[in-house]
Design a protein around this ligand. Structure first.
Ligand SMILES: [Zn+2]
Length: 453
């Protein structure tokens, strides 16, 4: 006998991709939406009531979970991306499968509280310090997959090839530094062999990543691209976040990082460039023309003084946009969404580059697509039953007409206004409280303190 899990949710206001619809009932069965009933002014009997504006679940397309341990500590003094990286490496040194599991579980629970239903984890801390593989060479990746399950969210583990510390010349990279030894598998072939053992689960998909053109020598880029191609898996790459990367690439290869990736078959519709900050017009045309996505991480980019990228031009050229909290300076996808628009306003001194609808699309449907969850990110029959409800009666959101709910959510709400998070038809956050991790602040504090001890 088969037991099916069915549940009806009544959405006081629903975001249906283009507009706010009042009074919508959503039937779910075994984690998927089976029917969407408009014109339902009152909750049907037995329905769970979601008061506020319910959006499709949010996708955090770029995360390094352990960077959460740096919050606050990296805001003392001055510096650049490169000085920040030294502090980040010192934290990476102390991770074990056990401590990383505890930290990631708490960080993913923080994400659920922020309305995030899927995370793309760009994962490169693979081996023990010094580079010795654990008994299970995927122990760290498995810890992250388990952590996501315990926090109630979906994960795409973007297992990351990280083989060198810098570009040496046309043919090879400089060896990893002491800190980076645990990131490296030695070669892209060894990376591929290890990753091939990873198994997908209901809540977990496996994708690939190239850390950057700094970290994977040119002649090994195609190995990673081929691995992703064979599996039809997402492939992510940090791209031109820093001008120093562009300079080193030009010197060794006589071209930009984007051109190098294009030459080695890395670009394409399943590929996402993360940051895409310092690009030439030709780079923008290559990225857009190949359908390669762009993941913007505006709160990290401003935190690390990276610069402002050209997402409007990229989108116009054909690159779908997604959003990530990356270094977790804050975890708030609504803030990421408005920051992309507000950066562009500061740069151009004009308003209205993206509508709230377009920003929500980046925060949900297009973010999910970048992570290989094409069936999430919209409230319609057949989609995954992943929902995020934003309060419209909080101190930040009260006042505007409900039909302006999307504008209110994107431009005024914060993660603190997330009232419900539903993943696969299951209530993970109810009335602002996590249903699976009872005390998220305590879990974060404990996990971070254990890394300092
Ligand atoms: Zn990153």
């Amino acid at each position: 006998m088969t037991h099916h899990h069915t549940q009806t949710y009544w959405l006081e206001h629903a975001w249906l991709d283009t507009h706010v619809e009042p009074g919508v009932a959503v039937d779910t069965r075994d984690g998927r939406i089976t029917a969407v009933h408009r014109d339902t002014p009152t909750p049907p009997p037995g329905a769970e009531v979601l008061r506020g504006l319910t959006l499709p679940g949010l996708a955090n397309a770029h995360s390094h979970a352990f960077h959460r341990a740096l919050r606050g500590t990296v805001q003392v003094g001055s510096g650049t991306f490169w000085t920040w990286r030294e502090v980040m490496y010192a934290t990476a040194d102390r991770l074990t499968p056990e401590t990383y599991h505890a930290l990631a579980r708490a960080v993913y629970a923080e994400m659920a509280l922020a309305g995030i239903t899927s995370v793309g984890e760009f994962h490169y801390v693979h081996h023990a310090p010094g580079g010795t593989p654990y008994a299970d060479p995927n122990a760290m990746g498995e810890a992250l997959i388990d952590a996501a399950a315990e926090a109630g969210i979906r994960i795409t583990l973007l297992d990351t090839a990280y083989l060198s510390s810098a570009i040496l010349n046309k043919h090879s990279g400089r060896p990893p530094t002491t800190h980076q030894l645990r990131f490296s598998d030695g070669s892209a072939d060894a990376w591929a062999e290890r990753c091939s053992v990873l198994k997908e689960r209901d809540h977990a998909r496996i994708g690939a990543a190239i850390h950057s053109v700094r970290a994977v020598p040119a002649e090994q880029l195609a190995t990673v691209a081929r691995w992703a191609e064979e599996r039809r898996a997402p492939l992510h790459v940090h791209l031109s976040e820093q001008t120093a990367e562009n300079d080193a690439c030009r010197e060794a290869h006589g071209c930009t990082p984007t051109q190098l990736l294009a030459e080695h078959g890395v670009l394409g519709p399943r590929t996402t460039g993360v940051h895409n900050t310092h690009l030439t017009d030709e780079d923008i045309a290559l990225i857009g023309g190949s359908g390669t996505g762009t993941c913007m991480c505006p709160t990290t980019e401003r935190d690390l003084a990276d610069g402002i990228g050209p997402p409007a031009a990229l989108q116009q050229a054909g690159s779908p946009l997604s959003l990530g909290s990356d270094s977790h300076a804050v975890i708030d996808l609504l803030e990421e969404a408005r920051a992309m628009e507000l950066n562009e306003r500061l740069r151009t001194r004009t308003r209205g580059h993206w509508t709230a609808a377009a920003l929500l699309r980046a925060a949900s449907a297009d973010g999910h697509a970048a992570l290989g969850w094409d069936e999430a990110g919209t409230i319609e029959t057949g989609a995954l039953a992943d929902l995020t409800t934003i309060a419209l009666d909080s101190v930040r959101t009260a006042g505007p007409l409900p039909r302006l709910g999307a504008e209110t959510a994107v431009f005024a709400a914060t993660a603190a206004d997330v009232r419900h998070t539903i993943v696969g038809g299951r209530h993970v956050v109810r009335d602002g409280a996590h249903a699976l991790v009872p005390d998220v602040p305590q879990a974060l504090a404990q996990a971070i303190r254990s890394l300092r001890a």
